[in-house]
Design a protein around this ligand. Sequence first.
Ligand code: 8YV
Length: 330
Amino acid sequence: MSKPRVLVTRAVFPDVIERLSQHFAVESNQEDLIFTPDELASRLQGKQGIFLTPSERISADLIDRCPGLKAICNMAVGYNNIDVDAATRAGIVVTNTPDVLNETTADFAWALLMATARRVTESEHWLRAGEWKKWRYDSFLGADVHGATLGIIGMGRIGQAVARRSTGFDMQVIYHNRRPIAPELEARANNARYVDKEELLRTADHVMLVLPYSAETHHTVGAAELALMKPGATLVNVARGGIVDDKALIAALREGRIAAAGLDVFENEPAFDPGFLALKNVVLTPHIASASEPTRRAMAECAEANLVAALSGKTPPNMLNPAAWPGRSN
Ligand code: 8YV
């Protein structure tokens, strides 16, 4: 029997391709070309599986054009790049890579929080530009992190990992979420207290965004929300572009309506709004919150395990749409 055919859309650790090749006829893309939707549809003809990243959009139209597809395996926890409902209607299993990146992403959220509040990158740019001629009592005064109130919007697994780290900083944690988390999880998350979004924005010294992107969470933070924040507050987004209205944020940062922002994700990334580059009070990183070597490997291996399971008739460990599974014959 011939091996199922799969497409790996982007460059990935070579050993992942080697292992996938034991199960599948693999079309890889180690040159890391960026495919247009038409190129993606054409490469998916005759394929049963796809191993992809959030850079590739799997729309209902693309799904219609790929009738042989059975498994869509994202190398990310977020899956807003995939029309899961359309996949379910077509009987295609969709998977993601949860949990393996919680702690690494939370570490990075803290790196951004510290860099943003304490003006790390801004002062480094100044030093590198040869501006450091003398010490001054008021050079790069920032906001304290210890003892402050941390407001987390999106209290899933990564949000809770962020909150747990705040105990050593003697912080108060407030959070907003679709619904409160269980009391024992609140207790582990530095006794986090559920509040409505408005109270969080008005009260927090540091606001952290850790929620999934969807039509409902589009522009969770826009001009109205930024206006509620304290003038000395900071905002960190490690979730997804589109959760923040970037134009409104640029205006708020430019006018000093909030102190600073730390951003790992942007609307239309990687073609983010150049208005950010003109601002000193923003720390900008290229969507690397999960980018530690062990975690990126774990994510790739998780997507690999999902693809192998899905195309060999075993329930994939991280199936997002069980409704697509009953009656499956591979
Ligand atoms: C990924 C992410 O690294 O998992 C997610 O949802 O945003 C990141 O961890 C990125 O999407 C590329 O795979």
